[in-house]
Design a protein around this ligand. Structure first.
Ligand SMILES: *Cc1c(COP(=O)(O)O)cnc(C)c1O
Length: 479
């Protein structure tokens, strides 16, 4: 190979990665430079001549590092982002190095086999019907898409329409019932499937974002014809769960396909202390969840789980004359996902489950929930800070400026978020909840322990005190 041996190249990459990860616990929880500065660093005319491998890797690391966010650090609480565990990363490096195209089990037996076993393990861990089929996709967005494609095909098939062959033109209309606080990507999936973001029935939710069972029963009573019901395990802001035990029997009575978006929340089912939150979720027809959230696999990894394997296959199967057919007991990954050529995600999933084990996963989830609860308790004890939700899982919402007007509290909350982010001791982002500005905190990194949480809580309280003093001083100055 010109320009450096393979081992030199791989070792260089490993050295950069090791240095980055070794420093992650002490690194500021923010990028050092902005997007525009990063763009400036990368931007140049198309290279006319090539560069040696080592040069490319050195230059890449040099240009990228200032703009990297320490998302894998212990005090990162933004969005819902798993910690990209080193065991998963190492498995993922092998995945790249092995270069398997995981579409087909004849072409890539080990990739297809690891995926099949990882899928069985997932069904067991999440305690979902064992005969379900599992597609490994990029994340819960695509998992929702795959599951809802199976749903669309099945409810129309029961109405005498073959959507896989005929498309949606002239098909019987499908009623979609969905909670008002469903994740935005579920609406994207509906958009991709021709079901429309806006022609769904959005059901009223309670103050935690759960579908109100009375509203659901009322809406279900009006449905005739094909219907898809979309429920949620783990609301993105509050961590709340729809009441599966109450809602699913009602949805069954109207013959609906029942889908659960459980990107992170479905993992409560792996944890004895938290399992009751998702009681009855196994009675649904399909489930979307993520590997790159609570299982800590590297990006990207999600799972589309469908109870009726045939419905799953019908929606996704890719057949071509040059692709060998599969036989009984052989599983082709491409029958369960939209892609043909694809990454062998089964290796990293297999590695993470093998590393943590059932007990390790449960202990981690229990720890995250306990830490979230403790952080919320300490924050609410501070003057002017309000935690808006009951902390039942690993998510909570914080508002700053209790006692001030709502508009002033919006400003104080925004300033506190900015201050926390600028300080860089921890990272938490903002959101709007019930029309008002909030800080949202997700505890979901394998590295987050009690000490990290304490440092982060101190940092949030310090930022709030500084914002409050500055506001009081400017009030004085303005008379
Ligand atoms: C994160 C999330 C999604 C989207 O998942 P991606 O992995 O980002 O594609 C969907 N639903 C919920 C509830 C989520 O938390």
């Amino acid at each position: 190979m010109s320009g450096g041996s393979v081992s030199d190249l791989f070792l260089r990459a490993a050295r950069h990665a090791t240095r980055f990860r070794d420093g992650i616990s002490e690194a500021p929880q923010r990028p050092q430079v902005s997007y525009l500065a990063s763009l400036e660093a990368f931007r140049e005319p198309v290279p006319e001549g090539g560069s040696s491998g080592p040069e490319v890797i050195e230059e890449l690391a040099g240009k990228a590092e200032p703009g990297l966010h320490a998302m894998t650090g212990p005090r990162f609480f933004g969005w819902v982002i798993g910690g990209s565990h080193p065991v998963g990363v190492a498995a993922d490096w092998l995945t790249s190095a092995w270069g398997q195209n995981a579409g087909n089990h004849h072409a890539a037996p080990a990739a297809a086999a690891a995926e099949a076993v990882a899928g069985d393990w997932l069904l067991n861990l999440l305690d979902l019907p064992r005969e379900s089929s599992v597609g490994l996709v990029t994340g819960a967005t695509l998992a929702n898409f795959v599951c809802l494609a199976a749903a669309r095909g099945d409810v129309l098939r029961k109405a005498g329409w073959d959507v896989e062959a005929q498309g949606l033109f002239g098909a019987p209309p499908i009623t979609v019932l969905i909670g008002d606080d469903a994740h935005t990507t579920v609406f994207s999936a509906l958009q991709f499937l021709g079901l429309g973001q806006d022609r769904v029935f959005r059901l009223k939710t309670d103050d935690m974002g759960r579908i109100a069972p009375s509203k659901f029963a009322e809406a279900a009573g009006k449905v005739s014809g094909p219907c898809i019901v979309i429920l949620q395990a783990g609301q993105i802001n509050t961590g709340a769960f729809d009441d599966f035990a109450a809602l699913i029997p009602v949805a069954r009575r109207i013959g609906a396909w029942i889908h659960v978006d459980g990107a992170f929340g479905l993992w409560a089912r792996t944890c004895p202390e938290k399992k009751a939150l998702a009681d009855g979720a196994d009675k649904a027809d399909s489930w979307a969840t993520d590997g790159h959230k609570w299982l800590q696999t590297p990006y990207d990894c999600g799972y589309a789980i469908v109870g009726d394997e045939e419905a799953h296959r019908r929606a996704m199967t890719i057949a071509a004359s040059y692709l060998p057919p599969s036989h009984e007991g052989e599983r082709d990954p491409s029958h369960f996902v939209p892609e043909l050529s694809r990454r062998a995600r089964g290796f990293a999933t297999w590695a993470m489950i093998k590393h943590l084990g059932r007990e390790g996963i449960a202990a981690m989830i229990e720890r995250h929930c306990r830490i979230a609860h403790a952080m919320a308790e300490r924050l609410s004890a501070e003057n002017g800070i309000t935690v808006l939700n009951e902390v039942m899982l690993n998510q909570f919402l914080v508002r700053f400026g209790a006692g001030a007007s709502e508009d002033e509290a919006d400003r104080l909350t925004q300033r506190t978020i900015e201050r926390v982010q600028a300080d860089g001791l921890c990272f938490a982002g903002g959101a709007t909840w019930r029309g008002r500005k909030v800080m949202r905190v997700s505890v979901i990194s394998w590295l987050t322990d009690d000490r990290a949480a304490e440092t982060a809580t101190d940092a949030i309280i310090a930022a709030w005190r500084a914002v409050r003093s500055a506001a009081a001083a400017s009030d004085l100055a303005n008379g």
